[in-house]
Design a protein around this ligand. Sequence first.
Ligand SMILES: *Cc1c(COP(=O)(O)O)cnc(C)c1O
Length: 379
Amino acid sequence: MKKTIQPSPSPYLLTPGPLTTSATVKEAMLRDWGSWDSDFNRMTAEICARLLAHANVTESHVCVPVQGSGTFAVEAALGTLIEPSRKTLVLANGAYGKRLASLLARMGRPFELLDKGDYEPPMPEEVAAILARDPAIAYVAVIHCETSSGILNPLEGIAEVVARHGRRLIIDAMSSFGAVPVDGRRIPFLALISSANKCFEGVPGFGFALVEREALAAAAGRCHSLSLDLHDQWRYMQHTGQWRYTPPTHVVAAFLQALQEHEAEGGVPGRLARYTRNRDRLVAGMRGMGFRTLLDDAWLSPIIVTFLSPEGLNFSAFYEEVKRRGFLLYPGKLTEVESFRVGCIGQLHDAQIDAVLAAIGDTCRNLGVRPAAIPHSAA
Ligand SMILES: *Cc1c(COP(=O)(O)O)cnc(C)c1O
């Protein structure tokens, strides 16, 4: 007998990726592609050209996609670009900054860690002081939006300091690129890394790095890993138009569709406007119920917002109740205080934000949780 799996309707993902994608992005995955075929190669080339244009670095940089999740692309960029003997300053204020340090430690590359804890931003003056005192530091690695708290780090000021001290900047813009503008002419970077399944609203399966062409050309044979060698991936793609090893073909097709929808929405400004509106509506509604945000308004990103858990909130019960109403929330990732996160990105509009607020309110009443009883402590 033929067995079929009945899918339940997709819940809305209030998470920072994978996120809720449009029906048309999902439909773009309904055909098969030959990875060597010119039609597929044209899609890859168009994606790369569009991504470079978004950062305004079409002349100076190249785009190299790499199979895997975002972390694979970060590891590929660090391993390919940083010489094994040269030191990197890692700026951390959350899990993703710490992951940069873990990657370098695993590769045996020297680094210094500026760890600001759960949510304090690394400030340009601090970076300047470290760079002035340690001439051995050649690279600075920074997270643009630290997704573990949702903070938007002061990238422009940090980039200015790094350039002034003659060092090179590597940006993990995973959860911001496509929604928060990064203009490579005003924010000079050696490499910027992001992935298919965040603000461009594609599905997961590959990441990409925008890398300064000359630096990448000089990086032959440096990478610790064969499959993550961005230089080799780039050279192979230059010569053949193809990915070096099997690409996630359906994911690539979906991503091109997602890029076209991004453009139709007004590009980066259009997407930023919708995500900002989602955040403002969400934060106002949550505060109206008595919830508090971890961060002051000035540091809230339009990507994801951390809320402090009310006294006595059992997150897994809360999560399950909200899930039954069709929405997936995101657990907190702070070490000091209990929290949970709600994403603003993906195919979410006013109606979905209103509906998730209603679901959270209803859940609180059901569970007898009183958000207004939160101790007012952080930030
Ligand atoms: C999502 C994300 C990553 C990559 O995570 P993966 O799970 O490997 O896709 C890296 N950095 C930041 C800031 C992120 O938000």
